[in-house]
Design a protein around this ligand. Structure first.
Ligand SMILES: N[C@@H](CCC(=O)N[C@@H](CS)C(=O)NCC(=O)O)C(=O)O
Length: 208
């Protein structure tokens, strides 16, 4: 059994999607970020940076924080979505998500979606970076079915929930035909639909 400590955010959804994909039994504990539950001492014991997601693998007595590390752990444990022969390519696209796509789109959410009008510089800077990310992912997907090649991997699982916030980005996902094709392919997977709505059963994946 896996215990998942999470919230309804892109980083949170990555792990519920992965757990659904590999068919592991899991139970979710919600950490209310608005109420500051991430800073409680008992949560900091398992998450030293006070962030979701975290998992505890009760069978192996292991606690893991950082969504990229969790994806790698679950992929290695299950033997799925992390082909040894393609690992270098998968690692690059997963690290690009962890160090670039997620953090930059996260800043775009802060300036454009949550706090419009507060900083023209911040809004313009992160809008441009978000647009660049769409262009770059679209280019990559013009010559590759999935981010790291022919197969769906943890790099796609990590990236998908960020693009699924496209309505907040105001960039127009449907203008990017390769990215849209990739998005639609992933959005129809049963495990993705289930994992996406792990905290709110009525939530649906936004259409491009
Ligand atoms: N690099 C981390 C980022 C996780 C992260 O930023 N989590 C956010 C929610 S999406 C969080 O818990 N924020 C609470 C806080 O920083 O106080 C990961 O990928 O796991």
């Amino acid at each position: 059994m896996i215990e998942l400590f999470s919230a309804n955010t892109p980083n949170g959804k990555k792990i519920s999607i992965m757990l659904e994909e590999i068919g592991y039994e899991y139970k979710t504990t919600k950490i209310d970020l608005d109420k500051g539950e991430q800073h409680k001492p008992e949560f900091k014991k398992i998450s030293p940076l006070s962030k979701i997601p975290v998992i505890i693998d009760q069978n192996k007595n292991k606690t893991i924080f950082e969504s990229g590390a969790i994806l790698m752990y679950l992929a290695e444990e299950s033997g799925k979505f992390y082909d040894q022969k393609n690992r270098l390519e998968i690692n690059q696209w997963l690290m690009a998500q962890m160090g670039y796509v997620g953090p930059m789109l996260g800043q775009h959410h802060q300036f454009h979606h949550y706090n419009p009008g507060k900083s023209k510089f911040g809004e313009e800077r992160y809008f441009k970076i978000a647009e660049r990310i769409y262009i770059e992912l679209d280019q990559r997907l013009s010559n590759s079915k999935f981010l790291s090649g022919d197969d769906y991997t943890i790099a796609d699982i990590g990236t998908f929930p960020w693009i699924a916030r496209h309505e907040w980005h105001d960039i127009g996902l449907s203008n990017y035909k390769n990215l849209t094709r990739w998005y639609n392919d992933i959005a129809k997977r049963e495990a993705v639909i289930k994992g996406f709505s792990f905290m709110n059963k009525d939530e649906v994946i936004p259409k491009p």
